[in-house]
Design a binder for this molecule. Structure first.
Ligand SMILES: NC(=O)c1ccc[n+]([C@@H]2O[C@H](COP(=O)([O-])OP(=O)(O)OC[C@H]3O[C@@H](n4cnc5c(N)ncnc54)[C@H](O)[C@@H]3O)[C@@H](O)[C@H]2O)c1
Length: 318
């Protein structure tokens, strides 16, 4: 597996400065490039402000801030930033032509060893980016603010060398990130796709006067969010029962009908795999009883509830 030691971040805007900060906090040297000097100045201010917030939260020691800042090397020169880079992550504007151009430059300027990555939100770079090193082309999609949010989506093409994927996953884990590797590219990844679906319902409920914005957010936080934090979206179906979900999916009278017929769900129900209560659903519980499963889930839910109740950290930030 290639060793990643030196990072290059191209574009130091909303995402780039936070990506650079994440690597610097993890102890890595980062060249932070932007073609606009004002962007580099803004990035420096934002990084310092974010580090102060981390000190306030007890996650960074005040005395460590100068060391972290010293690991970030701002520059307007792509050539200077590319020197000896093991991993180059572009965080420039979301524009196809701009991405084509920057990858052409990265490929020409970076050493042959450099893994080239994109932070693109929606563009499938594998469809249009051309480089001499498709085995080293990858997507690392961070979430704002990237210095805090753990999830990083990893996309590869069928030409990407899995060793390079593993190297990127490895360094992200060392930063405390939660990288997830997709089997094949898809626009919007998991989070944006799910958000599109739930936002449709949010607009519907608000537009039709069913509920206030605050009460809707309380429902999302205390009903949906809490359970999502413990069991995610798929295992929640296993706990609720696949038979019930299958019934709800076909109920077009009382709830919004699904436009998509969930094949995997129907197949599992047909085989009698109804979730936790039958020992198997989307997951296999290997003989663990329903009572044991509920106990283990509830211990986690209660721990989370205690943290939320003891700290004033939920609800709209006003
Ligand atoms: N903003 C988000 O919440 C978010 C989340 C995930 C992914 N993304 C993706 O990350 C990328 C960056 O988004 P952003 O919100 O940080 O954009 P941004 O506009 O805040 O920052 C882009 C930066 O890139 C610089 N830049 C533009 N062209 C350049 C070039 N050719 N060379 C060097 N620097 C250049 C700009 O000066 C700017 O500072 C996009 O692909 C976006 O889709 C954004």
């Amino acid at each position: 597996m290639p060793q990643i030691k030196k990072i290059m971040v191209i574009g130091s805007g909303t995402m780039g400065h936070g990506v650079a900060q994440s690597f610097a906090m993890g102890g890595y040297e980062v060249a932070m490039q932007d073609s606009f000097p004002q962007a580099l100045e803004r990035a420096d201010k934002l990084i310092r402000g974010s580090l102060d917030t981390m000190v306030e939260a007890g996650l960074v020691k005040k005395g460590d801030i100068p060391k972290i800042i010293a690991r970030i090397h701002p520059t307007a020169s792509l050539e200077e930033a590319a020197k000896d880079a093991d991993l180059a992550i572009e965080c420039i504007i979301e524009n196809k032509d701009a991405k084509i151009d920057i990858f052409k430059k990265m490929d020409a300027i970076c050493p042959p060893k450099t893994i080239l990555a994109s932070n693109s939100s929606m563009l499938n770079i594998f469809d249009f980016v051309e480089t001499s090193r498709p085995d080293k082309l990858i997507v690392t999609h961070f979430y704002a603010p990237p210095q805090i949010i753990p999830l990083v989506d990893i996309l590869k093409s069928d030409k990407t060398d899995i060793k390079n994927v593993e190297a990127v996953v490895d360094i992200l884990k060392k930063l405390g990130k939660k990288p997830i590797v997709f089997n094949k590219p898809i626009a919007g990844y998991v989070v944006s796709r799910v958000m599109v679906a739930y936002q449709r319902e949010i607009y519907y409920l608000l537009d039709n006067g069913y509920i206030s914005a605050k009460d809707l957010d309380d429902a999302m936080i205390w009903g949906l969010g809490m359970r999502m934090l413990v069991v995610g979206g798929v295992q929640r179906i296993d706990f609720g029962g696949l038979d019930l979900s299958a019934k709800n999916a076909t109920n077009t009278k009382d709830s919004t009908p699904l436009e998509y017929k969930p094949k995997m769900l129907y197949d599992l129900v047909e085989k009698g795999n109804l979730g936790v209560k039958s020992g198997k659903g989307f997951y296999d519980y290997h003989g663990k009883s329903e009572a044991e499963m509920c106990h283990d889930r509830d211990v986690r839910l209660l721990k989370l509830l205690k943290v939320l109740q003891e700290n004033d950290i939920t609800g709209p930030v006003l």
